[in-house]
Structure formats: structure tokens, C-alpha cells
Design a protein around this ligand. Structure first.
Ligand code: NDP
Length: 244
């Protein structure tokens, strides 16, 4: 199946920001979106809003750090629609701080959500796609997956990891299954709200003045999906024109 119309698309981290904008756009283009995140009230409102526009949406509570949650989420998507065409591993957290602040719990959280979450999405989605002999993973990395800045060592490490995992997956399963990395620059969302370190939060507030809307990232995701099956967009970097 080519294009977006009629595809079953599972999106993690769909309760705000890039995930929410992507869900709205893909549903408006005729996809059956299946939405996962922890804030179920947000997912409920989004599902209702999409349905009110004539779109197809379903949701389920999901903590991507828990493998059993991810397995249940993918099972739900497949039971509802009979297949899964695209998995968008988008959920992420970014509690920035200098390493010397030793916020080890926050390092663990980034590793759990940004790396383990993507791996869990692959573990749950890959057998389904292999059985179908088709599918696409879209893994959301970051401009931070290409360059490191102070306070972002662990966050960047997780986003470098997303690129490495995606490239390995592409090499191993390419042929039937497409693998795309989306690497956004600064984008308006709730991501910076997870920053507990005051200095890092102030710096990010300043940086966010040039942020682009999440719909810009959603369009790049739609572009990767709508290519013909024999075209695999491997990575798209999208950032504000005003980025340094
Ligand atoms: P938001 O904070 O708005 O969205 C993050 C989403 O991830 C939320 O829906 C949140 O839902 C979800 N999430 C967080 N933890 C978990 C979890 N344990 N299980 C399931 N879902 C979880 O930020 P963005 O939209 O900006 O972030 C989306 C992705 O884009 C992230 O991977 C981020 O790293 C990446 N990115 C963002 C950039 C930006 O400038 N905004 C730049 C580069 C990359 P809930 O809390 O309800 O679980």
C-alpha cells in the first residue's frame, strides 16, 4: 500500500507537540492513527477531535519504557485494524543539565524513554511487519543526534543512539521494511518542561524564540510515509531557518 490513505499508523508520544501534530495531519490525510502516551485525558480529547473531523483514531495508555505496555499497544493496533503499516517512535523526554550536577535519575529517564522506548517499539512492531512483509519505522531523533552541546550530553547520547539503532535496523531488514529518522531542530512543544535545572531551562527558553511549529515536523513525517514503497527516506533534518 502506497501513500498515507488507509494506512494503520501507531504513534508514541501522541499526547502533545510533534506526536499530536503528526496524528492530526496523518488522520486528515486518511490514515487510521493509533495513539499512545501516558496522559490518557489528552489522548481522549485528541481522538474525539480527529473523529469530529471525520478521521479515524483510537488510543491506549502507553509507557514506552515498559515493554509489556508497548506489546499491548501494538496488539491493540493490530486487533483493531488487522495490520500495522507504520510505527512512529516519537515519545521523548529532555531534562537537560550538566553532567557534574549528577542528576542520575534524569539520565536514567532519558535512557528509558528515548532509547529503550524506541527499542521496545521495534521489538513489538518488527515481528508484525516481518509477517506482513512490509512496514515502516519512523524514529524521532534530533539535531542533538548530530552535535553535542553543554547540558545535553545524555540527551544527545540517546539521540545518537536512535540514529545508530535505525541505521542498523535499516541494514538488517531493508528490502521489505523502510526505516526513517526524523531529526528536528528546535520546535514548539512541551519538551522543555521536563528540565529541572534552572540554568539549562533559562538557556532553552532563550533558544526557543526561534522554534518552528510541530506541524513542520509532521509534514516531514508525512513526506517520508507517502513515498512509493521502493523509496526509503533515511533521514530528514528539519530546523528553523534562523538556527545558528
Ligand atoms: P512533548 O513534550 O510535547 O512531547 C513528548 C511526548 O512524549 C508526549 O506526548 C509525552 O506524553 C510522551 N512521553 C514522554 N514520556 C513517555 C513515556 N514514558 N511513555 C510514553 N510517552 C511518553 O515534546 P516534543 O513533541 O517536542 O517531542 C517529541 C519528540 O521530538 C521527542 O523524541 C523529542 O526528543 C524530539 N525532538 C523535539 C525537539 C523540540 O525542539 N521540540 C527537537 C528535536 C527532537 P505523556 O507525557 O502523556 O506520556
Amino acid at each position: 500500500m502506497s501513500g498515507i490513505q488507509g494506512k494503520v499508523i501507531a504513534i508514541t508520544g501522541a499526547s502533545s507537540g510533534i506526536g499530536e501534530a503528526t496524528a492530526r495531519l496523518l488522520a486528515s490525510r486518511g490514515a487510521h492513527v493509533v495513539l499512545g502516551a501516558r496522559r490518557v485525558d489528552r489522548l481522549e480529547s485528541l481522538t474525539s477531535a480527529i473523529r469530529a473531523q471525520g478521521g479515524s483514531a483510537r488510543h491506549q495508555a502507553l509507557d514506552v519504557g515498559k515493554r509489556e505496555d508497548m506489546e499491548a499497544f501494538m496488539r491493540f493496533a493490530r486487533e483493531e485494524h488487522g495490520r500495522i503499516d507504520v510505527v512512529i517512535n516519537n515519545a521523548g523526554v529532555m531534562p537537560l543539565s550538566k553532567l557534574e550536577a549528577l542528576k542520575v535519575d534524569e539520565w536514567d529517564r532519558m535512557i528509558d524513554v528515548n532509547i529503550r522506548g524506541v527499542l521496545h517499539g521495534i521489538a513489538a512492531g518488527l515481528p508484525i511487519m516481518q509477517a506482513q512483509r512490509s512496514g515502516q519505522f519512523i524514529n524521532v531523533s534530533s539535531i542533538g543526534g548530530h552535535t553535542v552541546v553543554p547540558t545535553a550530553a545524555v540527551y544527545c547520547a540517546t539521540k545518537y543512539a536512535v540514529i545508530a539503532i535505525s541505521e542498523g535496523l535499516r541494514q538488517e531488514v531493508g528490502g521489505d521494511i523502510r526505516v526513517t529518522v526524523i531529526s528536528p531542530g528546535v520546535t514548539t512543544s512541551e519538551l522543555a518542561e521536563s528540565i529541572s535545572d534552572e540554568g539549562a531551562r533559562d538557556a532553552m527558553r532563550e533558544y526557543r524564540r526561534i522554534a518552528i511549529p510541530p506541524e513542520a515536523i509532521a509534514r516531514s513525517i508525512a513526506f517520508a510515509i507517502e513515498q512509493p514503497d521502493d523509496v526509503d527516506v533515511n533521514e530528514i533534518i528539519v530546523r528553523p531557518t534562523a538556527s545558528p
